[in-house]
Design a binder for this molecule. Sequence first.
Ligand code: ADP
Length: 483
Amino acid sequence: MKTFKKKSRVLFVSSEVYPFAKSGGLADVSFGLPKAMSQMYAISIIMPMYSFIDKDRFDIRKMGISFEISLGKKKHLVKFFSTVYEGVECYFVDTPILSNKKSLYGTPENGYKDNDLRFGLFSKAVVAFAKQNPYDLLHLNDWQSALCALLVKEDNSIKTKTVYTIHNLAYQGVFEKKSLSRLGLSSNYFCMESLEFYGDINFMKAGITYADALTTVSPNYAKEILTPEFGCGLEGFLLKHHNKITGILNGIDTSSFSPKTDPFLECNYDSKTYNKKLKNKQAYLKEIGMKNKKRALFIFIGRFAWQKGINLLIEELEKITKMKLNIAILGDGESQYSKRIKAISSKHKNIDFHFAYDEELSHRMYAAADFMLMPSLFEPCGLNQLISMNYGTMPIVSSVGGLKDSVHDLNAFSSKKVCGFGLNFNVKEPKTFLYAIEKALELYEDKKRLKKVNTHNMECDFSWSKGAASYALIYDSLLKKKQ
Ligand code: ADP
């Protein structure tokens, strides 16, 4: 069995991979999961060679491979780069329309107009690369690489199996019908069973239709996406394919997110030296010039998007500031939200607001905080709560998606290290959000209990080990069929 796995070559395809380029959780998963799978498979990662990736820092070198790839009538020269990062082979696809942009996808409000061509070309380049250097399995992620599943099925000479993971159904890659001809794809795909979606074409449908197996990033989200409330218009289509869907809870790369070794912290700590966490809080409060240092510190870190419950946070923010606490917000995204947060934070001394994407600062905040707020309206998995628990910071989360799977309510606390605990609330009843914050403040006064729960959480396993074993079952069942 072991030798069978070792021989299998897997290419993990993603539009963002930490630490090269990251807009959110997809990047974390796209490094953490393949790194964990590399114990079992000959797995490599492939992603776009965005021009802002620091080639020198990561020792990324040009490979001796290039292709000319057609999109409609136009030919594009595609080059490949590679490096090895933490023992994992990483490949990069370089071609002007994909690479020469300032950000990954565009602004939070509007994607680049040629994203269909950019990620269509990326998918074609990946399949050409995988054909030349045959892989047993392609693991595709989100809409940006979904077309690979269709391209593999279209080419009878390719025997590669495909797994498609939906990280967030809210982003489907929907483009006008004319994209089909722009991409040089047959108009036969313009039908309900394939790419057609209310008169447009939908890249995500290519992954759902043509991949051999589908996964999503938590068991609860796998059920939710089959309902009109969470299915984003694809619930009926997903129901047709539900036999091939599995929900697997994400993990985190516990070497990147470890309070014991994190290089960005003032003071490293673990569950045995939990009291040292306080030094991080003191240093961080000093850094942001916050007074009343004895108060509980709440944080929010995330994209300013409707999904993240940012409206609820903003609506309740004035009331929250009246409580005896400090709150620090780090995020970027839609300016309609940042403007409102800025206006409120400028009036109150106990709010700190940082409008940025700042990886190092986020680590310092996870270590410094007492509580982490996550009022998401939907959350496929969510990583902030896993990172927080690993840093001994209690999550306060809405009971949706992967948050429901990963954060169990404190009322049911048991010291068995099978799951983490925090405070849950019902996002449809905003009052319960404030109530959870009040409960957190009561708990803050009971330092002994807070420490007991937080150190329990720190000793739970949030790594990729369980998730990687579940993905291995799916890989192996497909690879057996292939033999
Ligand atoms: P998303 O829906 O954005 O992918 P996840 O919870 O899955 O949300 O993952 C979010 C990841 O991005 C976490 O690693 C979180 O710490 C990080 N993150 C989000 N916003 C910021 C920010 N402004 N600065 C630094 N890190 C951030």
